[in-house]
Design a protein around this ligand. Structure first.
Ligand code: SF4
Ligand SMILES: [Zn+2]
Length: 378
């Protein structure tokens, strides 16, 4: 705090301190380390666009190295991890996932999510990585794994590609802007490192999926529309798929704190529609059926219509969210024809004010702090 004699405290320590109390650790470690966090099947598209069933396996791992050091401002994955997970535990979780899906029966794709970087040896034991890469490849399953950009090192990616050629590596780029990555997201890598990762993945014949975040903390609604549209334009030529994740509030994160203090509102669904309309002509996304020919844009508003997810007024949320989901499959801009609601005027007004007043954090209605503090906010 400025002007006091006390030592400065980093924001993430304030947020993470309660998470490291004995009660919190006890809660986290009450999970069975031999059982995965979640296993489920969903309809999906293979890289060539054909319809398939995908199994998603979310494992309880040691979690993301970056989170233990510092951590992204919006990431609540640590709620699913425990720091004493062994290779035996992970093998047991993998066996359990196979048991629950009857050995991935009817699936052509498996998404293996480890709440961090799949091929980071400090997070996941290499022998277990090898088991997953080899087994999925030998069984003809397309594999999707996640990674941080700076951990896509040449030697390791070569090692991955030898064991599972052609798999998809999804990188949580979040923003194509170094200042936003550093100050809004606290991401731990920059755009230069992302470019390098893309080159290495491509050289080794792996597919690139990029996650972008819509409305990081400390950014107004109006700015988010402009910025995310620009990021999509920049990232599309280098990605096989872009998945835009509108902010949803995950427990015990920095975003959760500012949301509870009514200083952050998850995005309007109208903003997502506007962003899609902005980029549609420039990027010309391919539909799910033609996915092999260009970049596919997926916008998936998690918890749409809920207070912790993207939402409008409550009356139109379902229709607007459904149109966004349909667009992610069809890439047809006409999905939004005829969709309207009385709340659109309120949203428009907010965007206009965000773009014309010098209020960096935005004028959004849910920022119910005093106008003095709004104007003083950095
Ligand atoms: S790098 Fe990924 S897993 Fe790690 S803290 Fe950030 S969002 Fe979470
Ligand atoms: Zn509405």
């Amino acid at each position: 705090m400025l002007g006091s004699e006390e030592r400065a405290v980093k924001v993430h320590h304030l947020v993470k301190a309660p998470e490291n109390t004995p009660e919190s650790i006890k809660f986290r470690e009450s999970w069975d380390a031999k059982k995965p966090a979640t296993v489920y099947k969903t309809p999906e598209r293979l890289p060539d666009g054909s319809l398939c069933t995908a199994a998603t396996v979310i494992l309880r791992t040691k979690g993301c190295e970056w989170w233990w050091k510092s951590g992204c401002t919006f990431c609540g994955y640590f709620n699913d991890v425990r720091d004493d997970v062994t290779s035996d535990d992970l093998h047991a979780q993998w066996q359990e996932a196979k048991k629950r899906t009857n050995n991935f029966e009817d699936c052509s794709m498996v998404k293996v999510y480890t709440s961090g970087t799949f091929f980071e040896d400090k997070e996941n034991p290499p022998d277990w990585q090898e088991t997953v890469l080899r087994e999925t490849y030998e069984n003809g399953l397309h594999l999707v794994i996640e990674a941080q950009a700076h951990l896509c090192k040449e030697e390791k990616i070569k090692w991955v590609a030898e064991r599972h050629p052609g798999c998809t590596v999804a990188i949580g780029l979040e923003a194509y802007d170094d200042a936003v990555l550093r100050f809004n997201c606290n991401k731990g890598f920059n755009t230069k490192q992302w470019h390098k990762a893309v080159d290495i993945l491509r050289e080794n014949g792996l597919r690139v999926k990029s996650y972008l975040l819509f409305k990081p903390p400390f950014m107004s609604e109006g700015d988010s529309i402009e910025q995310t549209s620009a990021w999509i334009r920049a990232v599309a030529p280098l990605s096989d798929e872009i998945s835009i994740n509108p902010m949803n509030i995950q427990k015990k994160t920095i975003v959760d704190r500012i949301h509870r203090a009514r200083q952050y509102r998850p995005p309007w669904l109208w903003s997502l529609v506007k962003m899609i309309k902005n980029i549609h002509e420039d990027v010309q996304p391919v539909s799910a059926e033609n996915a092999s020919e260009g970049c596919r844009i997926i916008v998936h508003p998690t918890a749409a219509g809920m207070i912790r997810g993207s939402h409008n007024c409550g009356e139109c949320d379902q229709d607007v969210a459904a149109a966004i989901e349909r667009y992610s499959v069809s890439a047809d801009i006409q999905e939004f024809d005829g969709i309207d609601c009385h709340c659109k005027g309120i949203w428009k007004n907010e965007i206009q004010l965000d773009r014309s007043l010098p209020v960096p954090l935005g004028i959004g209605r849910d920022r119910r702090i005093s106008m003095d503090n709004v104007l003083r906010a950095p």
